[in-house]
Design a protein around this ligand. Sequence first.
Ligand SMILES: *Cc1c(COP(=O)(O)O)cnc(C)c1O
Length: 355
Amino acid sequence: MKKHNFSAGPCILPQSVMQKASQAVVDFNGMGLSLIEISHRSKEFVEVMETARALALEHLGLSDKGYTALYLQGGASLEFLMVAYNLLENKAAYLNTGTWSSKAIKEAKLFGELVEVASSKDKNFNYIPKQFEIPGDADYFHFTSNNTIFGTQVKDIPETKVPVVCDMSSDIFSRQLDFSKFDLIYAGAQKNMGPAGTTLVVVKEEILGKVSRQIPSMLDYKVHIGKDSMFNTPSVFAVYVSMLTLQWLKDLGGIAEIEKINNSKANLLYGEIDRNPLFNGFVENAADRSNMNATFNLTENANKEVFDQLWKEAGINGLNGHRSVGGYRASMYNALPLESVQVLVDVMQEFERKS
Ligand SMILES: *Cc1c(COP(=O)(O)O)cnc(C)c1O
């Protein structure tokens, strides 16, 4: 039986994508060859790469606007330093909203002055700071749009005249935003768009080439752009599955449609967390709650063993919270059906009846 998969990452992908991907591993498009045994320079794979790059820009509304999409390797974690390597000449401004922001800050500090404009560390990152100044002379401003571990999400893009860089690993393609306000977006594929092994980078080309340092080829966005994201052998399978996932999203009606479904899922679950006397939400203000990762705890008198047994029996997977937060985390990425959230809510209600 297929489980209800609330895993935080790697995580659920659409069933139809899994089926097509498994078929392509055996025989890709009737070639008599597997997708993973052909040259990445073959016209068949080049078409996959070009389709995946174009679809990413199309979904974000950034086609023909001076942006390039790249599928790189090294995860979002390599982007923490690649961003600074390519963009940080004097000083950069960072908003610290959690573990991933803190890691990005640590790497960027190696390249220049770092201004932490605000941090929610004082309350174990259970809110999004709103009042802060972004220095007008910063080379760029960096933030994490969705804090996968703590379950908070930045709802309004901070206003600034300096280039905006965003780690969208866990909420890319999940909601409508004015993506032209961003100059560089990066996202590890394994949260909302594919398997682990590739990282999407969408960059406005005009912001590049402004630092004086020499950049090693593999870490230079301009080199990857010049080689159409094929400077070295790409993660062919991960790029292919990302392409299929972006096609699935397009067939569904794109970000506008998936956002409605994501809102329904989040409203259903948060509604139950707020209503049910045995649960407490982790995030301080409802406005800061993530639509992708809902974090919650049991109240003191609730029996953890009983609840854990109930959700496991219901075929739910991946509900345990990250070790730095504890409690539970239900990740509701694009591919998670509304029905799975309903199963979880039913379990929470059954738990209440049994307590
Ligand atoms: C998972 C995650 C990362 C780390 O991604 P890797 O691909 O493992 O390097 C970074 N940022 C955010 C927001 C994440 O959710």
